[in-house]
Ligand binder design. Structure first.
Ligand code: ARG
Length: 472
């Protein structure tokens, strides 16, 4: 390797400068086609540079390489960073992946000294640290975007803490709730989602660099130093595990899948609520599209796409799980297939989170229509039953029966519960007084649900205040 090291693959005629020593023929074109990963792992360039810098500095301070060589390497890496950030870096397929592309470029820029950077390192621990850094950033970004989404929901929830809407079970009107309460349900979900990303981060925050190919290194490296300089809590404790585990990515992808599932539920509600039949909310032109044939249409495409993205994201979790299943220790090239699904999942998640936050801020509720719907479908029937229990000391089962009769009477007459006369109520249960009407309005119903976490506006406001403090 050292003899060929300063030559380009074209010059040494062996097609691959990095491991050319053992090989005399170029790889078949198909071999290269299936092997090459630079097309996608170029996205790891910033992480690869960070890992290389940390490694080079450690090699210098441990006396594994001479400081003068180390400084040359660091200067070369700085020039490469320049090229990469300005888009002038020459990515080349023949160098297979981002690690060898950068190392080959370093050799072109500073000469054979470049070859010293790979002392006490392998692409196996190199890719493991690069990918971990990338996933860690992605998890941090997702958690931060979830917080922004929560803030958008909180702002609307605060404005509409009193706005009545029907609460549903089975998508049938169940009991009146407030729009603020409904939005706050998602604040809770997204709060747990952000927590899952934080938990995953804490577990993944160990540095595999220095595990080398699989067994560790005979050089006096300081893995604690590289771990600390890359912001890890500590080095990983088993070199085999270091280069062969990808459960940090699986965990991040499962957090992403759960988040995407929650997003799809909110997206579905936005799709429903914006139909003229519901008419609960409107989106502005910013988050709707028109139809090329039906001029009246305003389609909630962003919501629909968010609803769909979970397929891609959960698909990525499935992909990587199947890639990892049954792999013997330690590194196998199968693991190169970890990146595309992970990148794709987080691209989709990021876009979904940003678009959802935008849509939430954009939506305008039709509070009249929601309030009218809140009273429909005998939504205060439970309130009537509760009143019978409270005021007449009826067992709840009997009260449920009496209320059922009242609903039947109202339905036959084609009116709401509150529109039944006292005589009509008393025909069903003679002890009913006109005090009952106070609990039959949706507003009274909602306001009465003062139990902790209930829909009473006072309770909703308390939860909003708690979250505002948490997110501040
Ligand atoms: N491109 C490879 C990957 O993504 C880097 C590690 C290659 N290691 C090896 N021994 N061939 O996994």
């Amino acid at each position: 390797m050292t003899d060929n090291a300063s030559k380009t693959p074209a010059a040494n005629g062996q097609g691959q400068a990095m491991w050319g020593g053992r090989f005399s023929a170029k790889p078949a074109e198909l071999m290269q086609a299936i092997n090459v990963s630079i097309g996608f792992d170029k996205r790891l360039w910033a992480q690869d540079l960070a890992g290389s810098r940390a490694h080079a500095r450690m090699l210098i301070s441990q006396g594994v390489i001479a400081s003068s060589d180390g400084e040359e390497i660091l200067e070369g890496l700085a020039r490469i960073e320049d090229e990469l950030s300005t888009g002038t870096f020459p990515f080349r397929d023949e160098y297979e992946d981002i690690h060898m592309n950068i190392e080959a470029r370093l050799r072109e820029l500073i000469g054979p000294t470049a070859g010293r950077l790979h002392t006490a390192r392998s692409r196996n621990d190199q890719v493991a640290v690069d990918f971990r850094l990338w996933v860690r950033d992605a998890a941090d970004r997702s958690a931060a975007q979830l917080v922004e989404l929560q803030k958008a929901l909180l702002a609307q929830a605060e404005t509409y803490a009193d706005a009545l809407m029907p609460g549903f079970t089975h998508l049938q009107p169940a009991q009146p709730v407030t729009f603020g309460h409904h939005l706050m349900a998602y604040v809770e979900m997204f709060g747990r989602d952000a927590g899952r990303f934080r938990d995953a981060r804490a577990r993944m925050n160990e540095c595999p660099l220095g595990a080398a190919a699989l067994a560790g290194s005979p050089f006096p490296i300081d893995r604690h130093q590289t771990a600390a300089s890359l912001g890890f809590d500590r080095p990983t404790a088993n070199s085999l595990d270091s280069v062969s585990s990808r459960d940090f990515a699986l965990e991040a992808l499962s957090a992403a899948s759960i988040t995407a599932t929650h997003l799809s539920r909110l997206a579905e509600e936005i799709v429903l609520w914006t139909t003229p039949m519901f008419g609960f909310i409107k989106l502005t032109d910013a988050f709707t599209t028109g139809s090329s044939i039906m001029p009246q249409k305003k389609n909630p495409d962003a919501a629909e796409l968010i609803r769909a993205k979970v397929g891609r994201i959960l698909g990525s979790l499935t992909t990587l799980t199947v890639v990892m299943k049954g792999l013997p220790l330690a590194y196998s090239k199968d693991m190169q297939e970890d990146k595309v699904p992970t990148f794709e999942a987080f691209d989709a998640l990021e876009l979904s989170l940003l678009a959802m936050a935008g849509m939430i801020a954009d939506l305008i509720p039709n509070t009249d229509k929601m309030a009218a719907a809140a009273g429909a479908g005998f939504s205060t029937a439970t309130d009537l039953a509760d009143w019978l229990v409270r005021e007449l000391n009826m067992p709840f089962r009997d009260a449920h029966h009496v209320t059922g009769s009242a609903v039947k009477a109202a339905e036959t007459k084609g009116v709401d519960l509150a529109e039944l006369s006292l005589a009509e109520f008393q025909a069903i249960e003679p002890r009913i007084t006109d005090g009952v009407y106070a609990v039959l309005t949706p507003a009274a119903s909602a306001a009465s649900r003062m139990s902790y976490g209930g829909t009473a506006p006072a309770q909703v406001r308390a939860q909003i205040a708690r979250w505002k403090e948490t997110l501040a």
